[in-house]
Design a protein around this ligand. Structure first.
Ligand code: PLP
Length: 262
């Protein structure tokens, strides 16, 4: 039987912990066939981002044409998109594939502080790409930027999710890892039919969390490709990411990557 094929449209991390590399490793571990459209090449390791080299738009378009003209993509995710021109290109492409479930990870800033999306691109992300999403997966700072509000409490997380649903994302997952609670990380999912779920896991004290967001959204895309519901896919993703963070593999001298074998 042919394997389910999944696409990531994102940036490359030469250090192997985040971006395209994290996505394709996750696809492999989740038993789907991973494909990739690379939007930018980062010179990066566990210590930080040392340079960003954008792939020309024409090259991004050519990669998408090559993938979509041959492979049968069952779900996709997006990651690092540097500016409005990339966001518009991808949004226009997704509009031609309305039946492919899409996980939009609105990557903005790397853990080390490097800007992975220009701030001027925020409006395009909110108004062009978020409306195309089957599920959008912001962390707290990303949700604050997209919803245009501060998030201090769990009530605020719910409000921000409602705002993003109104922007057109069918489902919204706000990852609560940046909240101040020292004991647990609570993620909030607001679904298409207005039902909601909280996912709570004990907080793990580690610096080895590089690529967690990429891995989470890639896992959700892989599970959607296998026919899981958004609710099931998020539940599986949360368990996978928790296992990945709790068993660090001690790679590099900075923020180590999550453990994709977990
Ligand atoms: N580099 C690339 C290419 C990414 O796509 C991402 C995250 O999405 C990162 C770095 C940031 O990873 P982290 O914030 O987990 O270090």
């Amino acid at each position: 039987m042919s394997k389910r094929q999944v696409l990531t449209i994102a940036g490359s991390d030469s250090g192997g912990g985040a971006g395209i590399q994290a996505d394709v490793k996750t696809f492999q571990e989740r038993n789907v066939f991973g494909t990739s459209v690379i939007t930018a090449v980062t010179a990066q390791n566990t210590l930080g981002v040392h340079g960003i080299y954008n792939v020309p738009l024409e090259g991004v378009r050519a990669q998408m044409d090559a993938v979509f003209s041959d492979l049968d993509i069952a779900a996709l995710k997006t990651g690092m998109l540097v500016d409005e021109s990339y966001i518009t290109l991808i949004a226009d492409e997704l509009a031609t594939h309305p039946d492919i479930p899409s996980v939009i990870d609105p990557v903005m800033v790397a853990k080390g502080g490097a800007l992975l999306m220009k701030t001027e691109a925020l409006k395009a992300m909110r108004d062009k790409l978020v409306p195309m999403a089957t599920v959008v997966t912001p962390n707290i700072p990303e949700a604050e930027a997209l919803a245009g509000m501060q998030i201090k409490t769990e009530e605020d997380m719910k409000k921000a999710a409602t705002i993003l649903r109104k922007k057109g994302s069918k489902n919204v997952l706000i990852k609560g890892g940046h909240m101040l609670d020292k004991t647990c990380a609570r993620d909030y999912l607001l679904m298409e039919d207005q039902t909601e779920r909280w996912y709570e896991t004990p907080r793990i004290d580690t610096k080895d969390t590089h690529g967690t967001g990429c891995t989470f959204s890639a896992c959700i895309a892989a599970e959607l490709a296998k026919g899981k519901t958004v609710e099931q896919a998020v539940k599986i993703g949360k368990a996978y990411i928790q296992a990945a963070i709790s068993q660090p593999i001690h790679v590099g001298n900075g923020h180590g990557p999550t453990n994709h074998w977990a």
